[in-house]
Design a protein around this ligand. Structure first.
Ligand code: PLP
Length: 455
């Protein structure tokens, strides 16, 4: 459809700067305007249907246009559309959601702080630990350890923790003290002939070496996504997380699980940290918390951290941090209803069951000439496309073939995400077995079209 001067397409390309977009290419190409959604599907303005194979941005757990979330938002809008929780104020939805999050998460996590996004939440975690360590009289303990290819957001501190070059380049990041250690992805980063156990041991030694080199008394926290998602869907090697946890305990470093994508059932377990058997001191959640119907993130953390912070707020008179929308009543009301749906419909169990179906069905593509590795857990998966299967040689430049596949996806009515040349799937947790097979079939056609394009 050619944009006319007052069409939404034309107005978009003449008025907006889009996130994560080549702006000049966008001026040529124009936007695909998504008009409505229902269940696992979205529809563009021409009425074309797409399976939302990435659940929006890895987030719409309960599917699109779930009426209970609309009703929860409307009821809260009627009653109290906005209020803050600064300076001893509170409201029922944010209180009840904190209660629920403490109940759902591991026993040691007893306190909640709200922000509106995962990035703000990770920025807040950095500031909380800096504040805590100043309060505890250890002002040197301020650095972070993160991983290359980790994704923790894009604000100044969270973008520094993120380990992706595209988020640093020309932004003058990292801007806080952070060391990025090797991405725990066996297929890409194991040395020739190295077993998975040896790979894990080498990575753990690297982390310990960094700690010793920097000095444990300078390191505040280790942050990681239990299963790395936005950097390319990379499950950790066996034993990695228990090993990281042991190092954090040994050197008194707070362990932060960034559960923004993993949390609330994505891997078929309640949380990624539960899935991989470790207990964080701080858990960061967002996305599936409200199915992204409302912007909300919640940091759930230990009483020990709370106590150190609380004592200092009493000493200096305040915790000088918080957002206008922290604990927003409509967002927290929607989160409560969303979590109720996840529980009532056993969507975490569904993710485990449908995840098994999806991983099994996707495994057939391991033999496809373009596919180097099929990987994932529960309802999140990645297929890495390579130029040469035997040597794992990537395409040059990385991302061109992935982008072609992403675009063939649109033709086939499947919205997926290409992270470089890795095709990511992360469908809504409500998905049925029939729909899983439909995604896998459409993906097969996308792979064949892409192979034809490459040839
Ligand atoms: N942490 C993780 C693991 C994420 O995947 C994301 C977003 O994809 C973020 C943090 C940042 O969240 P937001 O985009 O809401 O700022």
């Amino acid at each position: 459809m050619k944009p006319t001067s007052n069409s939404a397409q034309h107005v978009d390309i003449t008025t907006s700067l889009h996130p994560y977009t080549d702006a000049r290419r966008h001026e040529e190409k124009g936007p695909l305007i998504i008009d409505r959604g229902e269940g696992i599907y979205v529809y563009d303005q021409s009425g074309k249907q797409y399976i939302e194979g990435l659940a929006g941005l890895w987030s719409v757990a309960v599917g699109f246009s779930q009426p209970r979330l609309r009703d929860a938002a409307a009821a809260q809008m009627d009653r109290l559309p906005y209020y803050h929780i600064f300076a001893h104020k509170a409201h029922e939805p944010s209180i009840r959601l904190a209660e629920k999050l403490v109940e759902m998460t591991p026993e040691n996590l007893t306190r909640v702080f709200y922000t509106s996004s995962g990035s703000e939440a990770n920025d807040t975690v950095v500031k909380m630990l800096w504040y805590m360590n100043n309060a505890l009289g250890r002002p040197e303990k301020k650095k972070f350890i993160a991983r290359t290819k980790g994704y923790h957001g894009i604000t100044v501190a969270s973008g520094s923790l993120t380990g992706l070059p595209g988020n640093h380049r020309d932004f003058d990041l990292p801007a806080i003290p952070v060391r990025h250690v090797t991405c725990p992805h066996y297929y890409r980063f194991a040395e020739a002939g190295e077993s998975e156990a040896d790979f894990t041991a080498r990575l753990l030694k690297e982390i310990e070496d960094v700690i010793l080199e920097e000095g444990a008394d300078t390191i505040a926290g280790f942050i990681g996504e239990p299963l790395m998602a936005a950097g390319g869907v990379m499950p950790p090697p066996a034993g990695y997380w228990p090993g990281v946890e042991a190092l954090c305990r040994k050197y008194d470093i707070k362990l932060i699980a960034d559960e923004v994508i993993n949390g609330f059932g994505r891997l078929g377990s309640s949380f990624g940290s539960v899935h991989y058997g470790f207990t964080p001191d701080i858990m960061v959640t967002s996305k599936q918390l409200t199915s992204s119907y409302m912007p909300l993130a919640a940091i759930i953390f230990s009483e020990e951290i709370y106590d150190a912070i609380a004592d200092n707020t009493h000493k200096i008179g305040t915790f000088g941090h918080g957002y206008t929308a922290s604990g927003h009543p409509v967002a927290t009301a929607v989160a409560l209803e969303n979590l109720a749906i996840i529980e009532e419909q056993d969507l975490m169990g569904n993710a485990a069951r449908m995840g098994e179906v999806m991983q099994k069905a996707l495994a057939q593509y391991a033999d496809h000439p373009l596919v180097g590795e099929v990987r994932g857990a529960g309802l999140i998966a990645g297929l890495e496309l390579v130029a040469d299967k035997a040597s794992k040689r990537p395409f040059d430049p990385i991302g061109k073939v992935g982008t072609a596949a992403f675009e063939f996806g649109h033709d086939e009515g499947l919205i997926l995400r290409n992270v470089g040349d890795t095709l990511a799937l992360c469908p809504p947790l409500i998905i049925t077995e029939e729909q899983v097979h439909e995604i896998v079939a459409r993906l097969g056609r996308v792979l064949d079209l892409t192979a034809g394009w490459v040839a």
